[in-house]
Design a protein around this ligand. Sequence first.
Ligand code: WT7
Length: 658
Amino acid sequence: MVESAGDVRAEDIVFDPPAEFAAQAVATADLYARAAADRLGFWADQARSLLHWHAPFTEVLDWSDAPFARWFGDGRLNVAYNCLDRHVLAGHGDRVALLWEGEPGDSRRITYAELTAEVKRAANLLTALGVEAGDRVAIYLPMIPEAIIAMLAVARIGAVHSVVFGGFSAESLRARIEDAEAKLVITADGGWRRGKVSPLKPAVDAALAGGGTTVEKVLVVKRAWDDSEQLAWTDGRDLWWHEELAQVDWEHEAQPFEAENPLFILYTSGTTGKPKGIFHTSGGYLTQSAYTHRNVFDLHPDRDVYWCTADVGWVTGHTYVVYGPLANGATSVIYEGTPDAPKPGRWWALIEKYGVTQLYTAPTAIRSFMKAGREIPQQYDLSSLRLLGSVGEPINPEAWLWYREVIGGGRTPVVDTWWQTETGAIMVSPLPGVTAAKPGSAQVPLPGIVVDVLDDTGAPVGRNESGLLAIPEPWPSMLRGIWGDPHRFHETYWSRFSDGPSGPVYFAGDGARRDHDGDIWLLGRVDDVMNVAGHRLSTAEIESALVSHPWVAEAAVVGASDETTGQAVVAFVIPRARHADEAAREGGVDELRAHVASSIGPIARPRELFLVNELPKTRSGKIMRRLLRDAAEGRELGDTTTLTDATVMKAIADRVRH
Ligand code: WT7
């Protein structure tokens, strides 16, 4: 048994797939050979065998207008039908789709037949409210079944959802509503978090205040409050979800849409202050979602109880809470609240209660459980688990080993899965019954996926060398663009390297290393994007939130390493002269931190904020974030010779130390 990576080189620790696991594994080694022999034929087979096509496709990939791809372009399908009706028609209507548990302990068990019925009715409601194919619907909901029902109802009528994470502020919600020109917002009064109601509808009211948006109606799910609670209500705009549903039919026949019909927009942070609306379409996205969910998580839908802990507000929630599992007819656990409510151990209690077989979560969660101590999970029976997954940020070998040992009982394979909002689905991951697992490494591209590590000039790096992660061949679940901004799409993702043999090469924004076996190790972002607790935040967006405060003249933000959340937000602020006293008085710094939380959302609140007189800049005026990161992490300062004034950094480093 290996307890910690300690003095062993992490890349020398290897766990072979357990024999009993390999013997029953969904994915076998021949997938690699089949995909390598005929990559497009392989994807066509996956699309045909995993999905139902109302009209079959004849063309697999059209890359002639690269980087704008068309996958299965002449095929027609209905995404919701694939996630619901066809399972019922195949005789699985009584299979449980969702095992939902609210934070207060209430629960719902929803079968495929029931979920299908609910989605049909909700689709009728959307149509009654005037939502048509192609229209955008914003969804701002807690982790309740209605979030999934709403997404699938939007998909069922060929409209486009834009789910906004409930932790985002009113301001962030408004920006997303405006950018997508949403016609309808679906929200709830609030959701439960840490024993309290976290209100949502008031944020929608604030986001829409003053008018000027394209929103016509707001549908409100009653979740958290009883009737005695007062919610502001705008007559003619606001409607109760349950009252409206009671007025419409239960029957609804799913119509087919083109494979390239947009399915959703999901906003993510980039290197500028404005979030990017990453948009995905239907046939290719659903194919790769179902394929990766089945093969990476070794899904046996008739007997597994699968749990992905992500919120539907992030891409992991889209692909591995909603579309992948439901396309595969899986039974999933969905939990509304936080892991420590009402006390630590809630997750382990859920695993014991529902007999969870696969758990998919983020390294930040694993590290926080490590910190709380193994005594907590050890009080529960976790023996139902047979596979563990990790996503969202690099997982350090210590956390990987702890996860396998303490949560997986030393018997489960662990899959470290690399992907992005943009890739739509998993790209790099071991196959649990095939790949000998290496703690801390995402290892190998999945069968059908081509990923490479390139140097600055675009040439592949050798073994034991580092470079940039790149994707030289298009893949089915790739983003189809940035909503309304084809220029930025080009610039951000397709212009870093010159064209390869298949056309433009995708730049992921991550650094990576190949080890002596050729396995891939992710090294974190190489741009001004931070990864805090597995969530992407932009330095520029937080800086612009800070300078919107009247006290702030200038701000610089860096991601400093943090032992639990991977990175944490650290801000350096120059106050305006006439407000310097206010900023410096007691509580001043906290007010600035709170301002970021209220402009973007609590996840963006800086862990630390330092008031400084100057920022380190090069002669061309560029802020040297590398030096600020050194200071924030308490390291010796790197090279300061390119600064206009080298004493600035010394003053900052002294400030951080005190
Ligand atoms: C960024 C994408 C993938 C869904 C959740 C996050 C980082 C993601 C890993 C991993 C190392 C990872 C990358 C990537 N990342 N998975 N297994 N190992 N880094 O999606 O918000 O679009 O962020 O998360 O830096 O670029 P996202």
